[in-house]
Design a protein around this ligand. Sequence first.
Ligand code: PEP
Length: 250
Amino acid sequence: MRRPLVAGNWKMNGSRADNSKLVEALVAGDPGADGAEVLLCPPFVYLWEVGRLIRESSLALSGQDLCAAASGAHTGEVSGAMLRDVGCRYVIVGHSERRSLYGEDDQAVARKYVAAQREGLVPILCVGESLAEREAGHTEAVVLRQLQAVLEVAGAASFAAAVLAYEPVWAIGTGKNATPDQAQQVHALLRARMAREDAIMAASLRILYGGSVKAANAHELFSMPDVDGGLVGGASLNVEEFLAICRAAG
Ligand code: PEP
């Protein structure tokens, strides 16, 4: 049995005042009540404070990114140990915005994945194709290549302590989600690839879908057999939407 997981990626949004309103309302709504594990992924500067706000709740904390290096001369960066120190259990790696806006290639993402596990964090590894790649029929090749880069560096056994997220780039922040069948097709492909390495690990690996998940489509998406929850951007900033998504996953 895979416990469903929903992660709310706030991206670069929020303020101390907005966050406390949002988090207090979320905690009151108990988004994990139906069984899903629920994570909040605020910007770095708010992690500590959000961590305190969710201390008495079932919510957990995740970073949005981390530095591959352990410490030292990396101005502006945040290490996995620092994320752990402020209460994170998870961290997103390889989000498409990191790949496209900040030049993170498959190898850089793999280094971050390894760094996360080295520090005891569970990486949420994002893979996904662009619209041009989908239209050219390259979806499978792209997601398998992105996964392969991590498999080569970290090994298949590492996925016993990781989460995968399929996030088609054309669906992120666009309001245009993948259909449940499109999502299922890629999720099944990813699971089958992992099963070639280790069938038991693959059967327990959680694979999240991300890309314009909202209350109106969450149930349909999460009903697919290989979709184990969601990585939610925009809708995670809206209390009612996010609570409904978490309920749909549970
Ligand atoms: C995301 O931030 O990973 C994401 C999927 O965003 P949105 O839900 O807004 O498409």
